[in-house]
Ligand binder design. Structure first.
Ligand code: 1PR
Length: 594
């Protein structure tokens, strides 16, 4: 019997869904003694090393796990399930790992290769040895140059810590390596009955399902029959190549709300106005909510077309309590059963009170979405409130930089902090809805938000104008005296792992992304940024990803991901077309095999 070990953090639902989809059955481990009966064991996990190991030890699993592994029965670990095998991790100094694999896990060095941390996205797992093929990871050893690109298999990674590849230390274990920035790390290990991946096969589309299938169908036993051959020189594999394999992510976004008939629909606004323009007298001057399809069906279409991620935003969540908002939970649940790429859900991730007076913290609301199958939650309005409070607690003026706030200014009580602590920063996205505020040239120098003032480029429709970007809440209905740089730096300080950067001015206009806004935020933070709002054609994705020198002396760079909604919903451009155009222009992308 296959058992799954859920130690209580992170989203294990998608893994359960993947296993069922592959036609296999399993049981959850409920006590250490279950491990005696298991004939195969899967230990998935996102989250942090310290709490994971503490929870394993507290509930008596650490010894049972060690005994299980020593018995020779197949073990597969994912993410934390791989990191737990090492001796220790810098993430939790003093906490011992299981010590099955030699060496320790350490944090990515953001300075090496000028990269955002966490690594979030699709990267190449490069097989070092012939036994990788038994685990569904095809070897592309014979291919070279552009040919190799085509044969490379991408998997979804999301982590801040990794085990750097050291050939002498990991000789018996290294199955595949992956490069992020200038760092080469172990993306999967295997020895005898133990196989583990840093990437998430359950979130890696068809390529990931193949890895799971291979293991479930006896990959470890098959590999044991064969002598391992090295496909590459291990020393050579440890030195970084000129560029890493992280692809640019193309994200599909579904803005969801009830229409006037009460049906939950995917809608799409222009500068956040989601109602039809043609408002007749009979409708009281208010047009109907645009209806562009059903949320689950559309997410399935985007998965099939190769979307690297899917985002669901409940855009009217400020009106109701999220825990009562069962339709959105059901949407996520149903999408997670068939869509095997990361799912983000946003809207209403905040403290709420049930009609019977029962209060729920933002984390409890997030718990419900993670249980339903979300991989990340996205926080909008509450993030603005949290950063304003942080500025106040730090005693900073309106011009202050919340990123510099001391630990004592952190309350620990905001949703961002609590969810980030429990699930890891990578599970917390902050969705920012900035709006332009135009200023006179005479106001610029003394302006309290001067840090976010930009000037329209020569030859553009905004030439000669200057503006700053104000933070808004409730879907742009209200502004706050906070600029987009303060907001982005503040949420990073609070523990957010990614920024979803919308633009109310560009939303639904199809004129392209606001590169001035995007570069401003990109150079203000060290976490990944998803550019959003304004895509009208494939070329706009090339424009937003074009590396530019964002500050003096820095290597040219841009955002990690770009998101679009309307252009995909109306089928004006397909995700596949965007990927083809990006590939043609030399950007690394993941193509889903159809
Ligand atoms: O404040 O935590 O409850 O979250 C509410 C969430 O709902 C926020 O993420 C906010 O951005 C979103 N939201 C609120 N009102 C609207 C609206 O449209 N009326 N949608 C809204 C935000 C922006 C993007 C859109 C891109 C790309 N939509 O999601 O998909 O602009 O569109 P395009 O490619 O068609 O240009 P909380």
């Amino acid at each position: 019997m296959l058992y799954l070990l859920d130690y209580g953090a992170g989203n294990v639902r998608s893994l359960a869904n993947s296993i069922r989809k592959l036609g296999h059955d399993f049981a959850w481990v409920t006590s250490p003694s279950d491990l005696d009966q298991a004939t195969a064991l899967l230990f998935p996990g996102v989250g942090a090393f310290g709490p994971a190991l503490a929870s394993l030890r507290a509930s008596g699993y650490a010894e049972a796990l060690a005994a299980y592994i020593a018995s020779g029965r197949p073990y597969m670990g994912i993410c934390i399930g791989m990191q737990a095998l090492f001796e220790a991790s810098d993430e939790a100094p003093g906490v011992a790992g299981l010590g099955v694999v030699p060496g320790r896990v350490a944090r990515f060095d953001a300075a090496k290769g000028a990269k955002s941390v966490p690594q979030m996205g699709w990267n190449v797992a490069r097989p070092l040895r012939s036994d990788a093929a038994h685990f569904g990871i095809p070897a592309a050893a014979a291919a070279t140059g552009s040919q190799q690109q085509q044969q490379e298999t991408h998997f979804y990674f999301v982590h801040s810590y990794r085990a750097a590849y050291e050939p002498a230390l990991h000789h018996e274990w290294a199955l595949t390596t992956t490069q992020y920035g200038d760092e080469v790390f172990l993306s999967s290990v295997r020895r005898h009955n133990v196989f583990a991946t840093q990437f998430h096969p359950e979130k890696s589309g068809r390529a990931g399902l193949e890895v799971l299938r291979a293991w479930l169908e006896g990959g470890a036993a098959a590999a044991a029959q064969e002598e391992v051959r090295w496909l590459v020189d291990p020393q050579h594999a440890a030195s970084p190549a000129a560029a890493d394999g992280l692809t640019k992510r193309v994200v599909a976004c579904l803005d969801v709300r009830s229409n006037d008939e009460g049906d939950l629909v995917v809608t799409k606004g222009e500068s956040y106005d989601v109602r039809e323009k043609a408002a007749g007298a009979s409708s009281g001057g208010v047009g109907a909510v645009r209806n562009l399809g059903k949320p689950v069906a559309l997410s399935q279409r985007y998965y099939a077309e190769g979307a690297d991620e899917v985002v669901f935003l409940n855009i009217t969540s400020f009106r109701s309590a999220a825990l009562r908002d069962q339709p959105m939970l059901a949407v996520v649940e149903n999408a997670a059963a068939t869509v095997f790429v990361p799912l983000t859900v946003g809207g209403g991730i905040k403290a709420s009170v049930d009609p019977d007076g029962t209060p729920h913290s933002a984390k409890e609301v997030a718990d419900a979405y993670f249980r339903a199958g979300a991989d990340k939650v996205s926080i909008g309005s509450e993030a603005v409130v949290a950063v304003l409070e942080l500025l106040e607690a730090a005693g900073a003026s309106v011009a202050g930089d919340p990123a510099l706030a001391k630990d004592s200014a952190l309350s620990g009580s905001t949703g961002i902090e609590q969810i980030s602590k429990a699930y890891g920063a990578q599970a917390v996205v902050v969705s920012i809805d900035p709006k332009r505020v135009y200023v006179d040239a005479s106001e610029v120098a003394a302006h309290p938000h001067a840090r976010s003032i930009v000037e329209g480029a020569k030859g553009s429709r905004d030439e000669g104008r200057q503006w700053w970007y104000t933070a808004t809440i409730s879907g742009g209905r209200e502004t706050r005296d906070l600029d987009v740089v303060q907001l982005a730096r503040g949420v990073q300080r609070l523990g957010a792992g990614e920024i979803l950067l919308n633009s109310i001015d560009q939303d639904g206009q199809g004129r392209g992304f606001d590169r001035l806004l995007i570069d401003l935020v990109r150079r203000s933070v060290g976490i990944p940024v998803v550019a959003s709002s304004g895509a009208g054609k494939a070329q706009h994705f090339l424009d937003v990803f074009e590396p530019l020198p964002l500050r003096e002396g820095a290597a040219p760079s841009s955002v990690e991901a770009a998101l679009a909604a309307g252009v995909f919903h109306r089928e004006e451009v397909r995700i596949e077309d965007v990927k083809a155009a990006l590939k043609q222009a030399g950007f690394p992308v993941r193509r889903e095999e159809v």
